[in-house]
Ligand binder design. Structure first.
Ligand code: OGA
Ligand code: MN
Length: 514
């Protein structure tokens, strides 16, 4: 989706939200917790695809590995508050995050493309800067495999829907949670009661082949947060993550969340406020909200289209808390293989062996020129500027992204040269004025977008928030070059280039009328 389209969508959403809040007129909507009558019924009927797997149903060694991974990653300084862009405004996320996943996968949320620390796969050899990071990535991958096996196996067996039902009964449960928040049970406590799981047999087919390819980890210590936003519709309390749908996921794919609070030993039995997941039906003020208390080691699943039909938020408890949110990131245009394929396609129109002083295009067909310029924008703004906006943080933990990003920058430099050649081509005397006008008509919007986005990213890098970060993590406006840099075919600022093209269109327009 284009930035302008997204901005438009965001605005429409904001208006809808304001309208809802206005309808409420300051009143708060009802929501149910396990202590309330009707909680189970509400869960079963309106939150069917929310499934909880309590800590004691998860193998002990996996808990140990996960918890070790969380604290190692924290100690290694891997968690960062992302400087994201919401409705055109830059803000730091309240939670600190790190993303880990399949090599070459990226994940985009809130206009920010995250570049995961890769976990090891059969085909990949990853070098990590520290052994602890290697171990942590391995642990997360193991846990990811486990999650895939409980969600995926049932899906794999989905040819026979009866089996799915049985499989899920054994694996994922929606237990009686009454008083679980107040109860003093630790990880090993048995379930008080187990109910039939909610299974929508047909719709499970949708997730066939869906395997979690990334996990976005969250961390927050509420004691260090001077201000947390209150949940606005229901009065559920302060939030760590506000109401949202998870973005950039394969439609209908599941999301699995592992929850862990690191309580000091000895304080477990204290009556501390626990962390909770809040859920509501999107754009619906009639269905009560649902609050699901989470114990350390609990895992919850948003199955099928729950993430689309509902929104969720995270409500803070007293203690520092980690979560690992396993997702099926949409891979269409967000893998390294994809973007390399795109640049290869574009660069194939540059005559082999072209140099800055001696270069030419194979074809000057308008559709080809247009596609090249579109790919140019995509590589520059969806990859290079996104990557460098997050500073040097990725290179701190693994060198995995360095080479691919370098290669993308080399390709992008060729694309700069191709833009120069394109600009020369449209001024070719042999072109009819009609062809010239057509070409400029197709190319001008792309160059204008390039100019706008360059200014946008430059401004983002110069914001107060960006500058408040330590040097290593500070957003970098890269690539950037000064006027008159002879190593670059074109200037960074395209204002005069664009003005020149506009002039050509106007003057050829006049010519035609004479
Ligand atoms: C998220 C999210 C849920 C949780 O990071 O998108 O919704 O329980 N997290 O941490
Ligand atoms: Mn989420």
């Amino acid at each position: 989706m284009k930035r302008s389209e997204r901005a438009e969508q965001d605005r429409a959403k904001e208006i809808k939200k304001q309208k809802l809040l206005h309808q409420l007129g300051g009143q708060q909507l009802p929501y149910l917790t396990p202590k309330d009558e009707g909680f189970q019924l509400l869960w079963k009927t309106k939150y069917t695809n929310l499934i909880l797997r309590e800590a004691n149903k998860i193998p002990f060694d996996l808990h140990v590995q996960m918890q070790r991974a969380f604290s190692s990653l924290l100690q290694c300084g891997c968690f960062f508050r992302d400087l994201v862009n919401i409705r055109g405004k830059d803000v730091f996320t309240a939670v600190s995050r790190v993303i880990i996943g399949n090599p070459g996968c990226t994940y985009k949320y809130l206009n920010t493309r995250l570049f995961p620390i890769p976990w090891q796969t059969i085909l990949s050899k990853i070098t990590y800067s520290q052994e602890e990071i290697a171990m942590s990535c391995h642990a997360l991958k193991e846990f990811n495999n486990y999650l895939c096996s409980i969600v995926g196996n049932d899906v794999v067996r989905s040819e026979d829907s009866k089996v799915i039902g049985e499989g899920l009964e054994n694996n994922l449960v929606q237990p009686d949670l009454a008083n679980s928040c107040e109860s003093e049970k630790g990880i090993e406590d048995p379930l008080t009661s187990v109910e039939e799981p909610p299974v929508q047999k047909q719709s499970r087919h949708k997730a066939v082949g869906a395997l979690f390819n990334v996990t976005l980890l969250n961390y927050m210590d509420p004691k260090t947060m001077p201000y947390l936003k209150e949940e606005p519709y229901f009065g559920m309390g302060p939030m760590a993550v506000g109401w949202h749908h998870d973005e950039s996921l394969v439609a209908g794919s599941p999301v699995a969340v592992y929850n862990y609070t690191s309580s000091d030993p000895g304080t477990i039995s204290d009556k501390k406020a626990c962390w909770r997941a809040g859920l509501k039906v999107a754009w619906d003020i009639d269905t009560p909200g649902l609050v699901l208390p989470l114990q350390p080691g609990d895992c919850y699943f948003m199955m099928d289209d729950l993430n689309m039909t509902h929104q969720h938020c995270v409500l803070v408890g007293d203690e520092p808390r980690f979560s690992s949110t396993h997702r099926v990131a949409e891979e269409g245009d967000s893998t390294l293989d994809y973007v390399f394929g795109r640049t290869e396609e574009a660069v194939s129109n540059l005559l082999k062996g072209s140099t800055l002083s001696n270069a030419s295009l194979n074809s000057t067909e308008i559709t080809i020129l247009k596609k090249t310029e579109e790919i140019h924008n995509e590589v520059e703004f969806e990859w290079l500027r996104q990557y460098w906006f997050q500073g040097r943080r990725y290179a701190k933990f693994t060198d995995w992204w360095c080479k691919p990003i370098e290669k993308l920058e080399e390709d992008w430099k060729q694309l700069e040269l191709m833009t120069l050649l394109m600009l020369k081509a449209v001024e070719d005397d042999r072109w009819s004025s009609e062809k010239r006008r057509d070409a400029i008509g197709s190319l001008l919007p792309i160059l204008t977008e390039r100019q706008e986005l360059r200014q946008h990213w430059k401004n983002r890098c110069q914001s107060k928030l960006a500058k408040s970060l330590p040097a290593d993590d500070r957003p970098m406006c890269h690539p950037y070059w000064e006027e008159g840099d002879l190593s670059m075919p074109l200037p960074f600022d395209l204002q005069s280039t664009i003005a020149h093209l506009e002039e050509i269109v106007t003057s050829t327009g006049i010519e035609e009328h004479l």
